[in-house]
Each structure stands twice: as structure tokens, then as C-alpha cells.
Design a protein around this ligand. Structure first.
Ligand code: HEM
Length: 429
């Protein structure tokens, strides 16, 4: 459609007017040059019905959101985003994941549940100080719910088009699971309250409790709503990163030469025994380029959660009226022939300098969005992708089982683009 109508279009989305941005210039103009006018999220009625908007990091707007975002960013940094302490924790989790792959003894298995659990454990340990065994049935139910939530509750879904369906028997089971998830998170906040010690701030829930204790300012998230922001971190931080790792595994089975090059570079720089460290990344340009190409080729956030114009604004010669929802199509930018040669090919070398010794990032590489609401977990996600993938590829070569059909690389669309169900054999190197 953008070939015909250009990089900015107006579409009718389930009866609501929406503006769709598909080229980088329009996205940059809106989210960077006119950042003040497009920093709000659009509030789809479904958000209100499912978990409410108040206390949400993703959906709230205005002063409350700004303070919440600032506080969470500070907390993420304090709890190790980009630091050695968190590196150790992620490496430990990656070793657990590798052990569970090892237990399959080269037999075919679906890697989704364990990869999702391993990634969830990282955000859980920062948010509420716990990790869960991969066979914990209660946590498995929550993770299954998050997966279905991400698959079924996007704006362009059935319930997105007819939000009141949420209250009908059609969604009863999902609604029950959502209630269970909420109860679980509220329970964690209660437990934290009982054991709270202002001299020992353990995780993000404690940071919230401390803010409340110290400030009591109006802008603080009330205790009864702390669970809401934690839900956002849990949902946004789990399926995005785990689906990117799953895409990585799947794509490497389809591009064995890339897999071999990645393993060779890891062998040369780190070897097979020592755990990877963040500074290693600088010496692993091919690995780094491959991770970027995975995110470009199959970006899990094809669309950002829609923004809204907070005032009447001019954009590329059109007037966008206050309140209109604005969707940015990141997939289109990451696959635009204007920015990428042979965009439908998987070529990690596109991110390497001419001598192959450095990675070169590109203006059109925007898998985490842009501007005021750019992903808050970008640095954490990049750490996880690097450490999990490097740990796994030190130990295994991934293959699709001989008896399985060639996997479909189109993916399945929900809030995130997932690779769908597939099986692999993890062959010990
Ligand atoms: C590969 C992994 C990830 C990808 C591709 C990704 C992508 C995105 C994108 C595209 C947005 C919207 C940005 C915009 O509006 O411009 C976003 C927002 C957000 N992400 Fe991520 N994300 C990832 C991992 C994470 C992690 C690990 C966390 C947890 C800390 C996280 C938490 C959030 C939150 C809370 C927001 C909303 C920010 C706001 O509205 O102020 N994300 N992410």
C-alpha cells in the first residue's frame, strides 16, 4: 500500500481512523522532530478492559508516565542493566538453559517453553527477585498466558475490533488466566511489603515501595497499582526477547554457513569453556552483526504499540488531529529497499565494516522504536540476546529434525511476530 500511497497513510482500523507511518523520514519527523506531539500512547478501549491503564508503563500518558519511566530506567540501571552483576546472572540462566537443551540428547524438541522461561527469569529477578524452575507448573501457566496474550490481544485482532467481546464467554478462559496473573503479581507486592527493609532494596517492587515511603508524592504509583507496571515489564520483557532468540535459533538452522561463522568467531575469541562477557562483544563483530540481522530480518515488534497525537499537528503536509492513533510499521523500515540492499535476504555482513573488523549500525535499524517512548529495555534485551546466543552456540549446533518439514519463515503475527511452533535438534559440538 505504501508503494501506491506513500510513507504516510490514513486507514480505517476497525471503524477507527488511524494514521500509518511506513517510512523512516515520516517516523523520524513524528517521533524525534515532533517528539512532544507524538509521545502519547493511543488508549484503545481493550487496554482499559483487560488490565486498566493507570499505573501502566506502556499505556499511561502525561506526568505520571514520565515519572514512572524515569524511575524504572533508574532501577533497571541500578539492578545491573549493562553491568557485570547482571551479566553473571544472565550467564547462569543461560547455563541452565543449555543444561535443559543437553538433557534432550540431540533428540527433536520444541525450544519455545524453556527459552521463554529462561528469559522471563531475568526480568523476574530484576522486578521481583525470583527465578522459576523450567518445570514449575504455576509459572508455566503464567508464561503460557503471556504467550496467548501476546498472540491474541493486539489492536488488529478480533477482540481489538470488538473490545466488548472481552466480557463474553469467548474470552472467559483468557480473562480467568489474566485474573490469575494479576493475583500472582499482587501477591508478590504483598510479600514484599511484609519483608520490606529500606536498607536492603532488592528489586523494582522494593523501589516502588521505597518511593511511596519516602515521598508519598501524588505522582507515585499507589501501592495497589504497583503490580500494573510490573505486569508491563514482565509482558514486554519476556516474549519480545525470547521470540528474538527463537528466531535466531530458527534462522541459523536455515543458514548453516552463518551458524558456522558465528561458532568459529566464538571459538577463536572466547573458546568453548569460558562464559562470554560483555566486553567480548567488541571482539565478536560477526556475532554482533548476526544478532542485528536477526532483529532486522524478523523484527518481533513489527508495529510499535500505537502512539497518539496529543495536539493537532502537521506531519508531512497533513494535519493529524488530536487523539488520532498513529502506527509506525518498523517491519517496513527494516525491509525497505531504500535502506537495505536485497532486504529479503539474510545477510549479517551488511552490518560489518568493509574490513569485517567492526559492526556499523545504520540509521534505519530501529527494532526498538524511536523517540521519547523508545523501548526502556533495549540495553537489557541486547545483553540477553548476546549472552544467551553466545552461550548456546558455544555448546550446540542447531538443526531442524530430518523428519520435520522445512519451517515457514513468515512467522505468526500478534502483538509480537513469533516464529510459531518448530522443533530443533541441539547437537553437542
Ligand atoms: C528484543 C527485545 C525487545 C524489542 C524488539 C522491544 C521493542 C520495543 C518497541 C518497538 C517498543 C515501542 C517503542 C516506541 O514506542 O517507540 C518497546 C517499548 C517498551 N519496551 Fe521493549 N522491546 C524488547 C525488550 C524489552 C525488555 C527486555 C523490556 C523490559 C525491561 C522492555 C520493556 C518495554 C517497555 C516498558 C516499553 C514501553 C515504554 C514506554 O512506553 O515508555 N522491552 N519495546
Amino acid at each position: 500500500m505504501s508503494d501506491e500511497f506513500g510513507g504516510i497513510m490514513s486507514i480505517n482500523l476497525s471503524g477507527m481512523k488511524a494514521v500509518l507511518l511506513t517510512d523512516l523520514t515520516a517516523i523520524r519527523e513524528a517521533f524525534l522532530d515532533k517528539a512532544d506531539s507524538f509521545a502519547d500512547r493511543f488508549n484503545h478501549p481493550l487496554n482499559e478492559y483487560v488490565n486498566g491503564v493507570k499505573g501502566s508503563l506502556i499505556f499511561e500518558n502525561g506526568k505520571g508516565w514520565k515519572l514512572h519511566r524515569r524511575m524504572t530506567l533508574r532501577a533497571l540501571r541500578n539492578f545491573g542493566m549493562g553491568k557485570r552483576s547482571l551479566e553473571n546472572k544472565i550467564n547462569e540462566e543461560a547455563r541452565c538453559l543449555a543444561r535443559s537443551f543437553q538433557d534432550e540428547n540431540g533428540r527433536p524438541f520444541n525450544p519455545q517453553p524453556t527459552v521463554q522461561n529462561a528469559v522471563a527469569n531475568v526480568i523476574c529477578s530484576i522486578s521481583f527477585g525470583s527465578r522459576y524452575d523450567y518445570d514449575d507448573p504455576e509459572f508455566r501457566r503464567l508464561l503460557d498466558y503471556i504467550k496467548v496474550f501476546m498472540e491474541q490481544l493486539s489492536g488488529p485482532s478480533l477482540v481489538g475490533a470488538f473490545p466488548r467481546l472481552w466480557f463474553t464467554p469467548l474470552y472467559k478462559s483468557l480473562k480467568n488466566q489474566n485474573d490469575e496473573c494479576r493475583t500472582f503479581l499482587r501477591g508478590l507486592v504483598e510479600q514484599h511489603k511484609d519483608s520490606f527493609d529500606t536498607n536492603d532494596i532488592r528489586d523494582i517492587i522494593d523501589v516502588h515501595l521505597q518511593e511511596n515511603e519516602e515521598g508519598g508524592a501524588e505522582e507515585n504509583i499507589p501501592q495497589s497499582l504497583i503490580w500494573r507496571g510490573i505486569f508491563d515489564l514482565f509482558a514486554a520483557g519476556t516474549d519480545t526477547t525470547s521470540n528474538t532468540i527463537l528466531w535466531g535459533i530458527l534462522l541459523l538452522t536455515q543458514y548453516p554457513q552463518v551458524q558456522e561463522n558465528v561458532q568459529q568467531e566464538i571459538d577463536d575469541v572466547i573458546g568453548r569453556e569460558r562464559p562470554p562477557t560483555l566486553p567480548d562483544r567488541l571482539h565478536l563483530p560477526y556475532v554482533d552483526a548476526t544478532l542485528m540481522e536477526i532483529q532486522r530480518f524478523r523484527p518481533v515488534a513489527c508495529f510499535i504499540p500505537p502512539r497518539a497525537a496529543s495536539v493537532d499537528t502537521e506531519l508531512r503536509g497533513y494535519t493529524i488531529t488530536k487523539g488520532t492513533q498513529v502506527w509506525a510499521n518498523l517491519y517496513a523500515v527494516l525491509h525497505s529497499p531504500e535502506h537495505w540492499k536485497d532486504p529479503e535476504e539474510f545477510i549479517p555482513e551488511r552490518f560489518l565494516s568493509a574490513d569485517g573488523k567492526r559492526t556499523e549500525t545504520r540509521e534505519a535499524f530501529v527494532p526498538f522504536g524511536a523517540g521519547r517512548r523508545i523501548c526502556i529495555g533495549e540495553q537489557l534485551a541486547r545483553m540477553e540476546l548476546f549472552l544467551f546466543m553466545t552461550n548456546l552456540l558455544q555448546r550446540f549446533t542447531f538443526k531442524i529434525p530430518k523428519e520435520d518439514p522445512k519451517p515457514n519463515l513468515a512467522g505468526e503475527h500478534g502483538i509480537t511476530l513469533s516464529p510459531g511452533r518448530f522443533r530443533i535438534c541441539a547437537v553437542t559440538r
